[in-house]
Design a binder for this molecule. Structure first.
Ligand code: EPU
Length: 337
């Protein structure tokens, strides 16, 4: 375990932004993590997982600790369910495929989401009608200050739409080291409710989908809409879909009758930010090396050498334009550093 200086983070963030860490170390076990934290008590620290949900707008003047803990295993099972544990540094998509190969159900709708397992609880990742809170059982985390381990139950994580305790009260206090998911062995809850999935299955004449069929459908949809970070730097959805009071929404709807929305409760609706951004004319636009993806306006992209600040400026321009046009504030989803 070696601490490096003036270390380029370009390969460690899916936006592919060039930024330097004043110090960088990769840890491969809980013991290594503990010793790095103990031996660098007074140093400013920055915890880095898969780098798939952050925008680096400047160099990081801190000890960047890259969580590279590997391993996955079954820790418990009964006739109906299996509890699988993955270490934080496993690639999320590879972990999902591993569960599907063993016919364990619950994660298939979240195939191909970039990033590592350890950061999935932080923003309660989700796609195509499923969020990790639906299968999350618990996670282990190390307290940065005292290096003590603690378990967080699902209730303690206080999951919400792209939200958890780790983005709020517990922010910057813990390093998640492993996560346990409770998955089905039989009677899988196949979820094809998200429109695109059922049409993708129908296209392939699949009427009784397996977990693998769902995963393949999700992969096909994602590949058609979302850029692969290895080819085009991005961080998935840059904004959250705004949630509006129905009374406010109806006023906007009078002016824009074609506006897309989803009912989420008796009093609230969720509006796709991608639709708002497209309607405001940004879809596919490019400003230098920063741009808005041509197939999904919610995704900002780096064509090669954009700086984080340039991408941030584009995001601010989008936010201001949306506010002027619709009176809606769209909130960022990505962590701006
Ligand atoms: N839409 C447009 N124009 C666009 C994009 C979307 O009009 O450029 C409209 C679509 O026509 C559709 C609606 O918006 O009616 C929803 O689009 P989509 O199914 O692509 O989903 P989304 O709401 O834009 C969310 C998540 C994605 C996730 C998909 C599928 C958020 C912030 N984003 O996007 O998550 O993959 O649903 O479940 O909730 C991510 O978080 O990084 C991410 C990619």
């Amino acid at each position: 375990m070696e601490i490096e200086s003036n270390f380029s983070l370009k390969k460690y963030n899916t936006f592919g932004i060039e930024a330097k860490a004043s110090q960088f170390v990769a840890v491969h076990s809980v013991t290594e993590l503990k010793s790095v934290l103990e031996n660098n008590k007074t140093q400013k620290k920055f915890i880095l997982g898969g780098g798939s949900n952050m925008l680096l707008t400047k160099d990081i003047d801190a000890l960047v600790i890259h969580i590279d803990l590997k391993g996955k295993k079954i820790i418990k099972e009964n006739n109906d369910f299996v509890w699988v544990e993955s270490q934080a540094g496993e690639s999320w998509h590879e972990f999902v495929l591993w569960t599907i190969d063993q016919n364990f159900g619950g994660l298939e709708n979240m195939s191909l989401i970039p990033g590592n397992v350890g950061t999935t609880p932080v923003q309660n990742i989700g796609a195509y009608g499923t969020e990790i809170k639906d299968t999350f059982a618990s996670c282990e985390a190390m307290t940065i200050e005292s290096q003590e381990m603690r378990t967080f139950t699902k209730e303690e994580c206080r999951f919400g739409y792209r939200e958890s305790i780790f983005k709020n009260e517990a922010k910057n206090q813990y390093v998640i080291t492993s996560v346990v998911f409770k998955l089905t062995k039989i009677n899988h809850k196949i979820n094809t409710s998200y429109g695109d999935i059922s049409s993708e299955l129908a296209k392939n004449n699949i009427t009784i989908p397996t977990l693998k069929d769902i995963s393949n459908a999700v992969i096909a949809i994602r590949q058609s809409k979302l850029p692969d970070p290895k080819e085009l730097g991005n961080s998935g959805s840059f904004f959250k879909n705004p949630i509006l009071l129905k009374s406010d929404f109806e006023k906007i709807q009078q002016q824009f009758p074609e506006i897309k929305y989803f009912d989420i409760s008796k009093t609230e609706v969720k509006v796709p930010a991608g639709w708002l951004i497209e309607k405001a004319g940004f879809k596919g636009k490019r400003f230098g090396d920063a741009g808005i993806h041509k197939n999904q306006a919610l995704v900002l992209v780096n064509y090669g050498n954009a700086t984080g600040q340039e991408i941030l400026n584009v995001s601010k321009d989008i936010q201001e334009t949306i506010f002027k046009k619709f009176g809606i504030h769209i909130e960022g989803e990505v962590n701006v550093i």
